[in-house]
Design a binder for this molecule. Structure first.
Ligand code: G16
Length: 555
Protein backbone atom coordinates (compact mmCIF):
# COMPACT_ATOMS: atom_id res chain seq x y z
CA UNK A 1 0.00 0.00 0.00
CA UNK A 2 2.71 2.43 1.11
CA UNK A 3 4.74 1.16 -1.87
CA UNK A 4 1.93 2.03 -4.29
CA UNK A 5 1.56 5.45 -2.77
CA UNK A 6 5.32 6.07 -3.04
CA UNK A 7 5.35 4.90 -6.65
CA UNK A 8 2.52 7.19 -7.71
CA UNK A 9 4.04 10.14 -5.84
CA UNK A 10 7.34 9.63 -7.71
CA UNK A 11 5.61 9.25 -11.07
CA UNK A 12 3.41 12.32 -10.59
CA UNK A 13 6.37 14.44 -9.61
CA UNK A 14 8.81 13.15 -12.26
CA UNK A 15 6.39 13.75 -15.10
CA UNK A 16 6.69 17.50 -14.42
CA UNK A 17 10.49 17.40 -14.92
CA UNK A 18 11.28 15.49 -18.14
CA UNK A 19 14.89 14.76 -19.10
CA UNK A 20 15.96 17.16 -21.89
CA UNK A 21 16.44 15.41 -25.21
CA UNK A 22 19.92 14.21 -26.07
CA UNK A 23 21.65 15.38 -22.88
CA UNK A 24 23.61 13.33 -20.35
CA UNK A 25 24.48 14.54 -16.86
CA UNK A 26 27.34 13.44 -14.69
CA UNK A 27 28.06 14.05 -10.98
CA UNK A 28 31.50 15.62 -11.46
CA UNK A 29 34.17 17.28 -9.32
CA UNK A 30 31.51 19.14 -7.42
CA UNK A 31 28.06 17.80 -8.30
CA UNK A 32 26.09 18.29 -11.51
CA UNK A 33 26.83 21.39 -13.61
CA UNK A 34 25.46 22.59 -16.91
CA UNK A 35 23.62 25.47 -18.51
CA UNK A 36 21.03 26.54 -15.92
CA UNK A 37 18.19 26.27 -18.43
CA UNK A 38 18.52 22.50 -18.85
CA UNK A 39 18.97 21.47 -15.23
CA UNK A 40 15.40 21.24 -13.86
CA UNK A 41 15.17 17.44 -14.15
CA UNK A 42 18.67 17.00 -12.70
CA UNK A 43 17.92 19.21 -9.70
CA UNK A 44 14.53 17.56 -9.15
CA UNK A 45 16.21 14.15 -9.15
CA UNK A 46 19.01 15.40 -6.89
CA UNK A 47 16.26 16.39 -4.45
CA UNK A 48 15.18 12.74 -4.44
CA UNK A 49 18.78 11.60 -3.83
CA UNK A 50 19.18 14.09 -0.95
CA UNK A 51 15.93 12.89 0.67
CA UNK A 52 17.07 9.26 0.38
CA UNK A 53 20.46 10.22 1.82
CA UNK A 54 18.66 11.74 4.80
CA UNK A 55 16.54 8.62 5.28
CA UNK A 56 19.56 6.33 4.97
CA UNK A 57 21.64 8.26 7.50
CA UNK A 58 18.67 9.14 9.75
CA UNK A 59 20.05 12.68 9.73
CA UNK A 60 19.57 16.03 8.03
CA UNK A 61 21.12 16.26 4.55
CA UNK A 62 21.79 19.36 2.43
CA UNK A 63 21.38 20.46 -1.17
CA UNK A 64 22.84 23.61 -2.67
CA UNK A 65 22.12 25.09 -6.08
CA UNK A 66 25.23 26.78 -7.45
CA UNK A 67 27.78 26.60 -10.23
CA UNK A 68 30.41 28.33 -8.11
CA UNK A 69 33.16 29.73 -10.38
CA UNK A 70 31.30 29.01 -13.67
CA UNK A 71 29.67 31.76 -15.75
CA UNK A 72 26.29 33.19 -14.79
CA UNK A 73 24.33 31.19 -17.40
CA UNK A 74 25.49 27.93 -15.80
CA UNK A 75 24.07 26.39 -12.68
CA UNK A 76 24.56 23.24 -10.69
CA UNK A 77 23.57 21.17 -7.72
CA UNK A 78 25.50 19.37 -5.03
CA UNK A 79 24.46 17.34 -2.03
CA UNK A 80 25.89 17.67 1.47
CA UNK A 81 26.21 14.72 3.82
CA UNK A 82 25.18 14.95 7.50
CA UNK A 83 28.70 15.90 8.66
CA UNK A 84 28.59 18.81 6.21
CA UNK A 85 31.01 17.26 3.73
CA UNK A 86 30.30 16.35 0.10
CA UNK A 87 27.94 13.42 -0.49
CA UNK A 88 29.57 10.01 0.01
CA UNK A 89 31.16 9.09 -3.31
CA UNK A 90 29.64 5.59 -3.21
CA UNK A 91 26.27 7.22 -4.03
CA UNK A 92 27.49 9.03 -7.15
CA UNK A 93 26.71 6.11 -9.54
CA UNK A 94 23.11 6.14 -8.27
CA UNK A 95 22.92 9.93 -8.65
CA UNK A 96 24.20 9.54 -12.23
CA UNK A 97 21.77 6.74 -12.99
CA UNK A 98 18.68 8.60 -11.85
CA UNK A 99 19.82 11.89 -13.41
CA UNK A 100 19.85 10.11 -16.77
CA UNK A 101 16.76 7.91 -16.37
CA UNK A 102 14.90 8.39 -19.66
CA UNK A 103 11.33 8.55 -18.32
CA UNK A 104 9.33 8.76 -15.06
CA UNK A 105 8.73 5.04 -14.93
CA UNK A 106 12.38 4.02 -15.18
CA UNK A 107 13.25 6.76 -12.71
CA UNK A 108 10.73 5.45 -10.18
CA UNK A 109 11.93 1.85 -10.66
CA UNK A 110 15.55 2.92 -10.09
CA UNK A 111 14.59 4.71 -6.87
CA UNK A 112 12.58 1.79 -5.51
CA UNK A 113 15.28 -0.73 -6.38
CA UNK A 114 18.02 1.42 -4.85
CA UNK A 115 16.00 1.93 -1.67
CA UNK A 116 15.53 -1.84 -1.43
CA UNK A 117 19.25 -2.56 -2.00
CA UNK A 118 20.32 0.09 0.50
CA UNK A 119 17.62 -0.95 3.02
CA UNK A 120 16.17 2.55 3.03
CA UNK A 121 12.72 2.52 4.67
CA UNK A 122 10.33 4.12 2.16
CA UNK A 123 6.79 5.08 3.11
CA UNK A 124 7.31 4.29 6.78
CA UNK A 125 7.10 6.47 9.86
CA UNK A 126 10.64 7.77 9.46
CA UNK A 127 10.96 11.32 8.21
CA UNK A 128 13.69 12.91 6.11
CA UNK A 129 14.93 16.48 6.27
CA UNK A 130 16.91 18.38 3.64
CA UNK A 131 18.28 21.91 4.07
CA UNK A 132 18.26 23.89 0.82
CA UNK A 133 20.18 26.92 -0.36
CA UNK A 134 21.02 28.63 -3.61
CA UNK A 135 23.41 31.29 -4.83
CA UNK A 136 22.41 34.46 -6.73
CA UNK A 137 22.11 32.99 -10.26
CA UNK A 138 18.93 33.96 -12.14
CA UNK A 139 18.00 30.30 -12.75
CA UNK A 140 18.36 29.50 -9.04
CA UNK A 141 14.83 30.23 -7.93
CA UNK A 142 13.13 27.90 -10.41
CA UNK A 143 15.69 25.19 -9.75
CA UNK A 144 15.08 25.49 -6.03
CA UNK A 145 11.40 24.76 -6.69
CA UNK A 146 12.41 21.67 -8.69
CA UNK A 147 14.54 20.48 -5.74
CA UNK A 148 11.64 21.00 -3.33
CA UNK A 149 9.34 18.94 -5.52
CA UNK A 150 11.94 16.18 -5.81
CA UNK A 151 12.30 16.05 -2.03
CA UNK A 152 8.55 15.98 -1.41
CA UNK A 153 8.15 13.09 -3.85
CA UNK A 154 9.62 10.89 -1.11
CA UNK A 155 6.99 10.16 1.56
CA UNK A 156 7.80 11.90 4.84
CA UNK A 157 10.59 14.07 3.41
CA UNK A 158 10.66 17.76 4.28
CA UNK A 159 12.61 20.52 2.50
CA UNK A 160 13.71 23.50 4.58
CA UNK A 161 14.67 26.52 2.49
CA UNK A 162 17.55 28.36 4.18
CA UNK A 163 17.58 31.08 1.50
CA UNK A 164 20.38 32.60 -0.57
CA UNK A 165 23.61 31.41 1.05
CA UNK A 166 27.24 30.76 0.26
CA UNK A 167 27.94 27.07 -0.34
CA UNK A 168 30.05 26.81 2.84
CA UNK A 169 27.28 28.36 4.95
CA UNK A 170 24.88 25.60 3.88
CA UNK A 171 27.46 22.87 4.58
CA UNK A 172 28.17 24.44 7.98
CA UNK A 173 24.46 24.53 8.83
CA UNK A 174 23.92 20.88 7.88
CA UNK A 175 26.83 19.88 10.12
CA UNK A 176 25.48 21.92 13.03
CA UNK A 177 21.89 20.73 12.66
CA UNK A 178 23.15 17.19 13.00
CA UNK A 179 25.05 18.13 16.12
CA UNK A 180 21.79 19.26 17.68
CA UNK A 181 21.80 23.04 17.07
CA UNK A 182 19.38 24.34 14.46
CA UNK A 183 22.00 26.90 13.48
CA UNK A 184 21.04 29.84 11.29
CA UNK A 185 22.98 32.37 9.28
CA UNK A 186 23.24 34.74 12.23
CA UNK A 187 24.89 31.95 14.26
CA UNK A 188 27.39 31.50 11.42
CA UNK A 189 28.17 35.23 11.35
CA UNK A 190 28.43 35.32 15.16
CA UNK A 191 30.81 32.35 15.25
CA UNK A 192 33.15 33.97 12.73
CA UNK A 193 33.23 37.38 14.39
CA UNK A 194 33.58 35.95 17.92
CA UNK A 195 36.42 33.54 17.14
CA UNK A 196 38.17 36.18 14.99
CA UNK A 197 38.05 38.61 17.92
CA UNK A 198 39.46 35.95 20.29
CA UNK A 199 42.34 35.20 17.94
CA UNK A 200 43.13 38.88 17.41
CA UNK A 201 43.20 39.44 21.17
CA UNK A 202 45.66 36.59 21.61
CA UNK A 203 48.33 38.23 19.43
CA UNK A 204 51.65 38.36 21.28
CA UNK A 205 52.45 42.00 22.03
CA UNK A 206 56.07 41.68 21.00
CA UNK A 207 55.06 40.45 17.52
CA UNK A 208 52.65 43.23 17.02
CA UNK A 209 54.06 45.71 14.61
CA UNK A 210 50.97 47.65 13.60
CA UNK A 211 52.88 49.52 10.92
CA UNK A 212 53.73 46.27 9.19
CA UNK A 213 50.19 44.94 9.20
CA UNK A 214 48.12 47.22 7.01
CA UNK A 215 44.64 47.33 8.56
CA UNK A 216 42.88 47.86 5.26
CA UNK A 217 41.70 44.96 3.13
CA UNK A 218 39.84 45.23 -0.19
CA UNK A 219 37.74 42.22 -1.14
CA UNK A 220 36.44 41.25 -4.58
CA UNK A 221 33.09 39.47 -4.08
CA UNK A 222 32.98 38.09 -7.69
CA UNK A 223 29.52 39.70 -8.02
CA UNK A 224 28.29 36.61 -6.23
CA UNK A 225 26.74 35.75 -2.90
CA UNK A 226 29.86 36.21 -0.74
CA UNK A 227 30.18 40.01 -0.96
CA UNK A 228 26.81 40.72 0.67
CA UNK A 229 27.55 38.20 3.43
CA UNK A 230 30.89 39.82 4.10
CA UNK A 231 29.18 43.21 4.38
CA UNK A 232 27.08 41.70 7.19
CA UNK A 233 29.98 40.03 9.01
CA UNK A 234 32.15 43.13 8.89
CA UNK A 235 29.62 45.07 11.00
CA UNK A 236 30.90 43.09 13.98
CA UNK A 237 34.58 43.05 13.10
CA UNK A 238 37.04 45.17 15.05
CA UNK A 239 40.67 45.75 14.03
CA UNK A 240 40.20 45.41 10.30
CA UNK A 241 38.85 47.85 7.76
CA UNK A 242 37.16 45.94 4.92
CA UNK A 243 36.13 47.49 1.61
CA UNK A 244 33.94 45.06 -0.38
CA UNK A 245 33.74 45.46 -4.18
CA UNK A 246 31.91 43.47 -6.86
CA UNK A 247 29.04 42.65 -4.52
CA UNK A 248 26.64 41.99 -7.39
CA UNK A 249 24.76 45.26 -6.97
CA UNK A 250 23.27 46.96 -10.03
CA UNK A 251 26.03 48.30 -12.27
CA UNK A 252 28.87 46.34 -10.67
CA UNK A 253 29.05 43.69 -13.38
CA UNK A 254 28.24 40.04 -13.98
CA UNK A 255 28.90 37.09 -11.71
CA UNK A 256 32.48 35.76 -12.13
CA UNK A 257 33.02 37.88 -15.24
CA UNK A 258 36.41 39.58 -15.16
CA UNK A 259 36.39 39.09 -11.41
CA UNK A 260 36.41 36.39 -8.74
CA UNK A 261 39.03 34.01 -7.39
CA UNK A 262 39.14 31.81 -10.50
CA UNK A 263 39.78 34.79 -12.78
CA UNK A 264 42.39 36.32 -10.46
CA UNK A 265 44.27 33.06 -9.92
CA UNK A 266 44.30 31.97 -13.57
CA UNK A 267 44.79 35.35 -15.28
CA UNK A 268 47.02 36.93 -12.63
CA UNK A 269 45.26 40.26 -13.23
CA UNK A 270 43.32 42.45 -10.82
CA UNK A 271 39.55 41.97 -11.06
CA UNK A 272 37.33 44.68 -12.50
CA UNK A 273 36.64 47.46 -10.02
CA UNK A 274 40.30 47.61 -8.93
CA UNK A 275 42.78 50.21 -10.17
CA UNK A 276 46.12 51.88 -9.47
CA UNK A 277 44.57 53.76 -6.51
CA UNK A 278 44.64 50.39 -4.73
CA UNK A 279 48.42 50.02 -5.05
CA UNK A 280 50.07 48.82 -1.86
CA UNK A 281 46.82 47.59 -0.29
CA UNK A 282 46.23 43.94 0.57
CA UNK A 283 43.37 42.54 -1.54
CA UNK A 284 41.43 39.27 -1.55
CA UNK A 285 39.11 37.64 -4.03
CA UNK A 286 36.23 35.19 -3.43
CA UNK A 287 34.55 33.09 -6.10
CA UNK A 288 30.84 33.15 -7.00
CA UNK A 289 29.66 31.01 -4.08
CA UNK A 290 32.47 31.99 -1.69
CA UNK A 291 34.14 28.62 -1.32
CA UNK A 292 37.46 29.79 -2.82
CA UNK A 293 39.82 32.48 -1.64
CA UNK A 294 43.02 34.02 -2.98
CA UNK A 295 44.90 37.18 -1.98
CA UNK A 296 46.76 39.59 -4.21
CA UNK A 297 48.39 43.00 -4.50
CA UNK A 298 48.67 45.22 -7.57
CA UNK A 299 52.14 45.59 -9.07
CA UNK A 300 52.99 49.24 -9.85
CA UNK A 301 53.18 50.35 -13.51
CA UNK A 302 51.99 47.04 -14.96
CA UNK A 303 48.45 47.79 -16.09
CA UNK A 304 46.80 45.88 -13.25
CA UNK A 305 49.07 42.84 -13.10
CA UNK A 306 49.14 41.34 -9.64
CA UNK A 307 51.32 39.52 -7.20
CA UNK A 308 49.22 36.48 -6.32
CA UNK A 309 48.98 34.66 -3.00
CA UNK A 310 47.15 31.48 -3.92
CA UNK A 311 45.77 28.52 -1.99
CA UNK A 312 49.28 27.06 -1.60
CA UNK A 313 50.51 30.13 0.30
CA UNK A 314 47.34 30.30 2.41
CA UNK A 315 47.96 26.66 3.27
CA UNK A 316 51.59 27.42 4.16
CA UNK A 317 50.55 30.30 6.43
CA UNK A 318 48.03 28.10 8.26
CA UNK A 319 50.58 25.28 8.57
CA UNK A 320 53.27 27.53 10.04
CA UNK A 321 50.89 29.05 12.56
CA UNK A 322 49.48 25.73 13.74
CA UNK A 323 52.94 24.18 13.93
CA UNK A 324 54.19 27.11 16.00
CA UNK A 325 51.38 26.77 18.55
CA UNK A 326 51.87 23.02 18.78
CA UNK A 327 55.61 23.45 19.34
CA UNK A 328 54.76 25.28 22.58
CA UNK A 329 52.50 22.46 23.73
CA UNK A 330 54.49 19.25 24.16
CA UNK A 331 51.54 17.81 26.13
CA UNK A 332 49.46 17.95 22.93
CA UNK A 333 51.00 15.59 20.38
CA UNK A 334 49.33 15.77 16.96
CA UNK A 335 49.83 14.09 13.61
CA UNK A 336 49.63 16.77 10.93
CA UNK A 337 48.85 15.99 7.31
CA UNK A 338 48.98 18.45 4.42
CA UNK A 339 46.93 17.58 1.36
CA UNK A 340 47.51 19.09 -2.08
CA UNK A 341 46.72 18.30 -5.71
CA UNK A 342 48.96 18.20 -8.79
CA UNK A 343 48.21 21.92 -9.29
CA UNK A 344 50.24 22.79 -6.17
CA UNK A 345 53.27 24.79 -7.16
CA UNK A 346 56.45 22.69 -6.82
CA UNK A 347 58.00 25.44 -4.68
CA UNK A 348 55.08 25.25 -2.22
CA UNK A 349 55.38 21.49 -1.82
CA UNK A 350 59.14 21.79 -1.23
CA UNK A 351 58.54 24.53 1.31
CA UNK A 352 55.98 22.48 3.24
CA UNK A 353 58.19 19.38 3.21
CA UNK A 354 61.09 21.47 4.48
CA UNK A 355 58.90 22.43 7.44
CA UNK A 356 58.95 18.70 8.24
CA UNK A 357 55.33 18.21 7.22
CA UNK A 358 53.86 15.12 5.59
CA UNK A 359 52.49 16.19 2.18
CA UNK A 360 50.05 13.92 0.33
CA UNK A 361 48.47 14.32 -3.13
CA UNK A 362 44.95 13.50 -4.25
CA UNK A 363 43.06 14.10 -7.49
CA UNK A 364 41.40 17.52 -7.96
CA UNK A 365 38.17 18.00 -6.05
CA UNK A 366 37.56 18.97 -2.47
CA UNK A 367 35.79 15.68 -1.87
CA UNK A 368 39.10 13.82 -2.33
CA UNK A 369 41.23 16.23 -0.30
CA UNK A 370 38.70 16.37 2.52
CA UNK A 371 38.50 12.60 2.77
CA UNK A 372 42.30 12.34 3.06
CA UNK A 373 42.53 15.18 5.60
CA UNK A 374 40.16 13.29 7.91
CA UNK A 375 42.90 10.67 8.44
CA UNK A 376 44.96 13.09 10.57
CA UNK A 377 44.67 14.75 13.99
CA UNK A 378 44.99 17.96 12.04
CA UNK A 379 44.46 17.73 8.29
CA UNK A 380 45.22 20.86 6.30
CA UNK A 381 44.07 20.85 2.70
CA UNK A 382 44.11 23.43 -0.05
CA UNK A 383 43.92 23.44 -3.80
CA UNK A 384 46.06 26.10 -5.47
CA UNK A 385 42.81 27.68 -6.69
CA UNK A 386 42.02 28.68 -3.10
CA UNK A 387 39.64 25.95 -2.05
CA UNK A 388 40.52 24.46 1.32
CA UNK A 389 40.24 24.32 5.09
CA UNK A 390 41.72 22.73 8.22
CA UNK A 391 40.10 19.71 9.87
CA UNK A 392 40.59 18.70 13.50
CA UNK A 393 39.80 15.16 14.66
CA UNK A 394 37.31 14.63 17.51
CA UNK A 395 40.07 13.12 19.68
CA UNK A 396 42.38 16.05 19.07
CA UNK A 397 39.61 18.53 19.86
CA UNK A 398 38.81 16.93 23.21
CA UNK A 399 42.53 16.76 24.11
CA UNK A 400 42.91 20.41 23.14
CA UNK A 401 39.95 21.45 25.28
CA UNK A 402 41.39 19.57 28.24
CA UNK A 403 44.87 21.06 27.86
CA UNK A 404 43.42 24.54 27.35
CA UNK A 405 41.26 24.44 30.46
CA UNK A 406 44.12 23.04 32.60
CA UNK A 407 46.50 25.74 31.39
CA UNK A 408 43.87 28.42 31.86
CA UNK A 409 43.45 27.46 35.51
CA UNK A 410 47.13 26.70 36.30
CA UNK A 411 49.13 29.07 34.07
CA UNK A 412 46.81 31.85 32.94
CA UNK A 413 48.44 34.35 30.60
CA UNK A 414 51.46 32.11 29.97
CA UNK A 415 52.72 31.61 26.39
CA UNK A 416 51.60 27.98 26.61
CA UNK A 417 48.10 28.89 27.68
CA UNK A 418 47.84 31.51 24.94
CA UNK A 419 49.06 28.98 22.34
CA UNK A 420 46.34 26.53 23.41
CA UNK A 421 43.71 29.27 23.32
CA UNK A 422 44.89 30.34 19.87
CA UNK A 423 44.40 26.80 18.62
CA UNK A 424 40.93 26.68 20.16
CA UNK A 425 40.05 29.91 18.34
CA UNK A 426 41.38 28.48 15.05
CA UNK A 427 39.16 25.40 15.42
CA UNK A 428 36.14 27.67 15.92
CA UNK A 429 36.98 30.11 13.15
CA UNK A 430 37.81 27.76 10.28
CA UNK A 431 34.88 25.91 8.71
CA UNK A 432 35.05 22.20 9.64
CA UNK A 433 32.56 21.18 6.97
CA UNK A 434 34.16 22.42 3.76
CA UNK A 435 36.53 25.04 2.27
CA UNK A 436 35.09 28.47 3.10
CA UNK A 437 36.42 31.75 1.68
CA UNK A 438 34.88 33.88 4.43
CA UNK A 439 36.15 31.95 7.44
CA UNK A 440 39.48 31.42 5.63
CA UNK A 441 39.80 35.15 5.00
CA UNK A 442 39.40 36.00 8.68
CA UNK A 443 41.84 33.27 9.70
CA UNK A 444 44.46 34.69 7.32
CA UNK A 445 43.92 38.18 8.72
CA UNK A 446 44.12 37.03 12.34
CA UNK A 447 47.32 35.06 11.67
CA UNK A 448 49.04 37.97 9.89
CA UNK A 449 48.07 40.14 12.86
CA UNK A 450 49.36 37.58 15.37
CA UNK A 451 52.64 37.23 13.53
CA UNK A 452 53.00 40.93 12.81
CA UNK A 453 53.58 40.00 9.18
CA UNK A 454 53.22 42.34 6.22
CA UNK A 455 51.79 41.07 2.94
CA UNK A 456 55.34 41.20 1.57
CA UNK A 457 56.66 38.94 4.31
CA UNK A 458 53.94 36.43 3.48
CA UNK A 459 54.73 36.61 -0.26
CA UNK A 460 58.41 36.03 0.48
CA UNK A 461 57.82 32.66 2.18
CA UNK A 462 58.98 31.08 -1.07
CA UNK A 463 59.16 32.00 -4.73
CA UNK A 464 56.61 30.21 -6.94
CA UNK A 465 57.98 28.40 -9.96
CA UNK A 466 56.54 30.05 -13.09
CA UNK A 467 53.44 28.20 -14.27
CA UNK A 468 50.76 28.37 -16.94
CA UNK A 469 47.27 26.90 -17.12
CA UNK A 470 45.37 26.47 -20.38
CA UNK A 471 42.13 24.82 -21.30
CA UNK A 472 41.24 23.08 -24.54
CA UNK A 473 37.68 22.44 -25.63
CA UNK A 474 37.55 18.97 -27.15
CA UNK A 475 34.86 16.80 -28.67
CA UNK A 476 34.81 14.37 -25.72
CA UNK A 477 36.83 15.20 -22.63
CA UNK A 478 36.12 11.80 -21.09
CA UNK A 479 38.43 10.34 -23.73
CA UNK A 480 41.24 11.29 -21.32
CA UNK A 481 41.85 9.04 -18.33
CA UNK A 482 44.49 9.76 -15.72
CA UNK A 483 46.30 8.00 -12.86
CA UNK A 484 48.68 8.84 -9.97
CA UNK A 485 46.60 11.75 -8.63
CA UNK A 486 46.08 12.98 -12.20
CA UNK A 487 49.79 13.40 -12.88
CA UNK A 488 49.82 10.85 -15.73
CA UNK A 489 47.55 10.21 -18.69
CA UNK A 490 46.79 6.52 -19.15
CA UNK A 491 44.41 7.00 -22.06
CA UNK A 492 45.15 7.85 -24.86
CA UNK A 493 48.59 6.42 -24.06
CA UNK A 494 50.35 8.26 -26.91
CA UNK A 495 49.50 11.55 -25.20
CA UNK A 496 51.58 10.83 -22.09
CA UNK A 497 54.60 9.98 -24.24
CA UNK A 498 54.25 13.34 -25.99
CA UNK A 499 53.90 15.17 -22.65
CA UNK A 500 57.07 13.42 -21.38
CA UNK A 501 59.01 14.38 -24.50
CA UNK A 502 57.94 18.05 -24.25
CA UNK A 503 58.56 18.26 -20.50
CA UNK A 504 62.08 16.85 -20.81
CA UNK A 505 63.04 19.91 -22.89
CA UNK A 506 62.71 22.32 -19.94
CA UNK A 507 64.62 22.87 -16.70
CA UNK A 508 62.31 22.10 -13.75
CA UNK A 509 59.64 21.17 -16.31
CA UNK A 510 56.45 19.56 -15.05
CA UNK A 511 53.22 19.18 -16.95
CA UNK A 512 49.95 17.28 -16.72
CA UNK A 513 46.57 17.28 -18.41
CA UNK A 514 43.18 16.23 -17.04
CA UNK A 515 39.53 16.47 -17.99
CA UNK A 516 37.69 19.13 -15.97
CA UNK A 517 34.85 17.92 -13.77
CA UNK A 518 33.03 21.26 -13.86
CA UNK A 519 33.51 22.58 -17.40
CA UNK A 520 33.44 20.96 -20.79
CA UNK A 521 37.22 21.28 -21.29
CA UNK A 522 40.56 19.52 -20.84
CA UNK A 523 42.90 21.43 -18.52
CA UNK A 524 46.66 21.75 -19.02
CA UNK A 525 49.09 22.74 -16.28
CA UNK A 526 52.77 23.44 -16.93
CA UNK A 527 55.56 24.58 -14.67
CA UNK A 528 59.17 25.41 -15.55
CA UNK A 529 62.17 27.52 -14.52
CA UNK A 530 61.06 30.62 -16.48
CA UNK A 531 57.66 32.02 -17.46
CA UNK A 532 58.53 31.70 -21.17
CA UNK A 533 59.37 28.03 -20.70
CA UNK A 534 56.17 27.35 -18.72
CA UNK A 535 54.12 29.12 -21.43
CA UNK A 536 55.85 27.27 -24.22
CA UNK A 537 55.51 23.87 -22.48
CA UNK A 538 51.79 24.46 -21.86
CA UNK A 539 51.25 25.58 -25.44
CA UNK A 540 53.02 22.67 -27.02
CA UNK A 541 51.15 20.15 -24.86
CA UNK A 542 47.87 21.94 -25.67
CA UNK A 543 48.69 21.50 -29.38
CA UNK A 544 49.13 17.77 -28.83
CA UNK A 545 45.83 17.52 -26.91
CA UNK A 546 44.28 19.47 -29.73
CA UNK A 547 45.60 17.29 -32.49
CA UNK A 548 44.74 14.05 -30.70
CA UNK A 549 41.29 15.10 -29.42
CA UNK A 550 40.30 18.18 -31.49
CA UNK A 551 39.39 21.89 -31.11
CA UNK A 552 40.57 25.31 -29.78
CA UNK A 553 42.97 26.48 -27.05
CA UNK A 554 41.85 28.96 -24.37
CA UNK A 555 43.91 30.71 -21.72
C1 G16 B 1 35.15 22.93 -7.94
C2 G16 B 1 35.68 21.95 -6.93
C3 G16 B 1 37.16 22.17 -6.75
C4 G16 B 1 37.88 22.09 -8.09
C5 G16 B 1 37.23 23.04 -9.09
C6 G16 B 1 37.76 22.87 -10.49
O1 G16 B 1 35.33 24.24 -7.48
O2 G16 B 1 35.00 22.13 -5.72
O3 G16 B 1 37.63 21.19 -5.87
O4 G16 B 1 39.22 22.44 -7.95
O5 G16 B 1 35.84 22.79 -9.16
O6 G16 B 1 37.50 21.57 -10.90
P1 G16 B 1 37.75 21.07 -12.37
O7 G16 B 1 39.18 21.41 -12.67
O8 G16 B 1 37.49 19.59 -12.31
O9 G16 B 1 36.84 21.83 -13.27
P2 G16 B 1 34.14 25.27 -7.51
O10 G16 B 1 34.72 26.49 -6.86
O11 G16 B 1 33.77 25.46 -8.95
O12 G16 B 1 33.07 24.58 -6.72
Amino acid sequence: MAGDQQLSLLLDSAVRFPLPNGLRFSYGTSGFRSDGSVLASTVHRSGIVAALRSLKTRSTAGLVITASHNPVCDNGVKIADPDGSMMDQSWEPFANAIANAPDPNSLAQLVLQFAKDEKIPLGGAQSAEVLLARDTRPTGEALLEAAKQGISSIIGAVAIDMGVLTTPELHWMVRNWNKGTRATESDYFAQISKSFRSLMELAPNENLNLNAVEKKLIVDGANGVGGAKLEEIKKNIIGLEIDVRNTGKEGEGLLNEGCGADFVQKEKFAPSGFCSDDLGIRCASLDGDADRLVFFRLIPNTNNKIELVDGDKILSLFAIFIQEQLSLLEELPARLGVIQTAYANGAATDYLRNLGLEVIFTPTGVKYLHEKALEYDIGLYFEANGHGTVLFSKEFLSQLELVNSELTSKMPGSEKQRAASRLVAVTQLINQAVGDALSGLFLVEAILHNKGWSFQKWCDLYQDLPSRQLKVKVADRTAIETADAETRVVKPSALQELIDTETAKYTHGRCFVRPSGTEDVVRIYAEAATQDSADSLANSVAQHVNSILGSDIKA
